[in-house]
Design a protein around this ligand. Structure first.
Ligand code: ZN
Length: 239
C-alpha cells in the first residue's frame, strides 16, 4: 500500500506545487449555496459541484463533481447524489450560466457519480461513461449511461474539448478521469486522493492495480495544474 501512496502523493505534490504557482489564475469562490448543493468556481470556466451523501459507514460525506463551461455550453462530470439535487444543478446551469448541457459523464458506478443520472436523462441530456461502468450499472440495476467508450474519448464544450481517460483499475474497476486542457484542470474523481487522505471506500477497489493506474495517468496528463477536487482538501469524501 505504501507504494501506492507514494505514487499518488508524488503526483499530487506536483499538482499542488504547480497549483500554488498558478494561484492568480484560480478563482475558488462559492457562486451558489443551498442546503443541498454548493457550487464553487475553480478556474475561469470550471466549477466544482458538491452535494452530500448520508452513509452508514462514513456518516454525511461530501461528494464533488466538475462543470466545464465554454461558449454557452457545459459538460457535467459526475451527477450530484440524487435526482432532486441534480435537477437543482441543471437549473443553476441553465439559469445562471445560461448554458446548454452537452453531456453528463459519470466517472464510475457509485451513487455520487450516477445517482442523479435520471434527472439529466429527463432533460434529454446525453450521458457517456466507460463501457465497464455501463456493464456494472446494468448488473446492479442502476441508472444506465447511454453512450460508452473504452479507453479514451473527447467531448466538445463550445469550440474546445474535455478529454476522458480510462487508465485501469483503482478505486473501482471502471474509474475514469477527465482533463480540461484549456485551463489545465484535472478531475481525478475517486482515483486520486489528496495528501494525507485515507484511501476511502475500498469495497470495490483493486488496491494492487491502483499504483500502476496512477502512474499511467501521471505520464499521460503531464501538464495538469489544478485538481478540481483535491485542491479543496475534501478529506471527508469517501467515494
Ligand atoms: Zn466511488
Amino acid at each position: 500500500m505504501k507504494i501506492i501512496q507514494l505514487f499518488l502523493l508524488s503526483f499530487i505534490s506536483i499538482v499542488t506545487l504547480s497549483c500554488s504557482a498558478q494561484k492568480k489564475k484560480s478563482e475558488n469562490k462559492t457562486v451558489y449555496q443551498s442546503e443541498t448543493l454548493v457550487i464553487t468556481q475553480v478556474s475561469s470556466n470550471v466549477y466544482q459541484h458538491t452535494s452530500f451523501l448520508q452513509t452508514e459507514s462514513f456518516g454525511n460525506v461530501l461528494c464533488n463533481g466538475m462543470i466545464v463551461h465554454n461558449n454557452n455550453e457545459t459538460v457535467v462530470f459526475d451527477t450530484p447524489v440524487n435526482d432532486e439535487i441534480s435537477e437543482e444543478l441543471i437549473q443553476w446551469i441553465q439559469n445562471s450560466l445560461k448554458s446548454k448541457i452537452n453531456a453528463v459523464v459519470p466517472t464510475h458506478f457509485h451513487d455520487d457519480c450516477l445517482g442523479g443520472l435520471n434527472a439529466f436523462h429527463k432533460h434529454h441530456i446525453p450521458s457517456i461513461a466507460n463501457s465497464k461502468t455501463i456493464e456494472i450499472a446494468k448488473e446492479k440495476k442502476l441508472p444506465i449511461p447511454l453512450k460508452s467508450f473504452d479507453t479514451q474519448e473527447k467531448i466538445a464544450v463550445g469550440n474546445l474539448f474535455a478529454e476522458l481517460y480510462f487508465f485501469g483499475e483503482g478505486h473501482t474497476k471502471d474509474n475514469i478521469v477527465a482533463y480540461y486542457p484549456n485551463e489545465k484542470v484535472l478531475f481525478g474523481g475517486c482515483l486520486i486522493k489528496e495528501l494525507n487522505a485515507g484511501k476511502g471506500n475500498l469495497t470495490d477497489a483493486n488496491e494492487s492495480a491502483w499504483a500502476e493506474t496512477a502512474t499511467k495517468l501521471k505520464s499521460t496528463v503531464t501538464n495538469a495544474e489544478i485538481d478540481s477536487r483535491t485542491r479543496f482538501n475534501r478529506k471527508q469524501r469517501f467515494n
